[in-house]
Design a protein around this ligand. Structure first.
Ligand SMILES: *[C@@H]1O[C@H](CO)[C@@H](O)[C@H](O)[C@H]1NC(C)=O
Ligand SMILES: *[C@@H]1O[C@H](CO)[C@@H](O)[C@H](O)[C@H]1NC(C)=O
Ligand SMILES: *[C@@H]1O[C@H](CO)[C@@H](O)[C@H](O)[C@H]1NC(C)=O
Length: 320
């Protein structure tokens, strides 16, 4: 009897140890903080932007609805779905902070929200975009997000991080569609908003234009059949028809930046790029919706654009 107890305790503690993400050993979580104190330690409502334990260059903010979480925080059933919102080049986190946007959406739908903040300047003083292509010599933004999901799952065991609801607009849309190529199994549904420069499922071109060297760079393969398991929506403004910068601008940029930016110059409007990317995915057997928002240009703050991005994900949460 005694031996049995010792064995099972050892077994339990080995499971527990294995599931603590690096650096989170002392973390306050919803399972070690008394329910009546959860709000005082910010585990309910808006959790301040905090650095990831696995890479302090990357940080993230979290919003957890007060009402919904209380009932489910210690249960394994009925976990809250997690909406992950990826910022664009400007890295505005306003959506998470302004009371009437993502928090309101989260309260209404009954989901938690995670907003990662990826660093600029990783590859040099002019690097604003490396997070969009997922890799530099020192940072994999896709793996950084997976590590953050582990931290969130540990701190909020009532939040389901196994399959996320992923949205991003502009530079965020670039991140989202590339993340899908590599990790479709971690995404239940995704809204891809108006990416300007994209990766086609083209096996003859190197990343980030195509996917010929995904094995070497990311140690994985792209399987479009698995991508088709994800509920997908493309969103773009009807008037998102201007090319960012003139052709002279892109020539000048290439001269001064050289290979600092491994994305090719933008030579098509985002509306055309989104349609073309969707067509290549459709041809590869991947179904998706296309939502062209009437009257809107390239504006991530536009309420109709935001509604289009998040409403689709909210609907998907209700049907999963
Ligand atoms: C979750 O469980 C812990 C430990 O049993 C307990 O202290 C806490 O109050 C519970 N939280 C909720 C929200 O029920
Ligand atoms: C892609 O994934 C599907 C389903 O998981 C599998 O049946 C298929 O063999 C995979 N294709 C390749 C080329 O690995
Ligand atoms: C736009 O740029 C891409 C990538 O460099 C290239 O494959 C494509 O042919 C270009 N399209 C036009 C219309 O110049």
């Amino acid at each position: 009897m005694k031996l049995n107890i010792t064995l099972s305790l050892a077994f339990l503690s080995s499971i527990t140890l294995a599931s603590i993400p690096p650096g989170m050993e002392d973390a306050l979580t919803t399972s070690n903080v008394p329910a009546e104190y959860l709000e005082y330690v910010y585990l309910l409502g808006g959790f301040p932007t905090i650095q990831s334990r696995s890479d302090p260059r990357v940080s993230y903010g979290v919003y957890v609805p007060k009402d919904h979480y209380n009932e489910v925080s210690n249960s394994t059933q009925g976990k809250l779905p997690l909406l992950v919102n990826i910022h664009g080049t400007s890295r505005r986190m306003t959506a998470l902070q302004v009371a009437d946007q993502l928090p309101k959406f989260a309260d209404e739908i009954g989901c938690a929200v995670l907003a990662p903040l990826f660093p600029a300047g990783v590859k040099g003083p002019n690097d604003l975009s490396s997070f969009k292509t997922l890799h530099t010599a020192s940072l994999r933004s896709d793996l950084a997000l997976l590590d953050i999901l582990d931290e969130v799952a540990y701190r909020w065991p009532g939040v389901d991080t196994t399959q996320i609801y992923l949205s991003g607009f502009s530079g965020g849309g670039q991140f989202v569609h590339r993340f899908l190529y590599l990790h479709p199994d971690r995404v239940a549904a995704a809204s891809i908003g108006a990416p300007g420069r994209v990766t086609y499922p083209d096996p003859s071109k190197p990343w980030p234009q195509g996917i010929s060297d995904v094995g070497e760079i990311f140690d994985t393969t792209v399987n479009m059949t698995n991508l088709n398991e994800v509920s997908l929506q493309f969103v773009v403004g009807e008037k998102d028809t201007e090319i960012h910068g003139s052709s002279e601008f892109w020539e000048w940029l290439e001269e001064v930046m050289g290979s600092a930016d491994d994305l090719p110059p933008m030579n098509a409007s985002r509306l055309d790029t989104v349609k073309k990317l969707r067509d290549t995915w459709t041809a590869a057997g991947v179904d998706s919706l296309l939502n062209i928002v009437p009257g809107v240009a390239h504006d991530s703050e536009d309420p109709a654009v935001r509604q289009a991005l998040w409403e689709f994900l909210g609907d998907q949460m209700n049907t999963h």
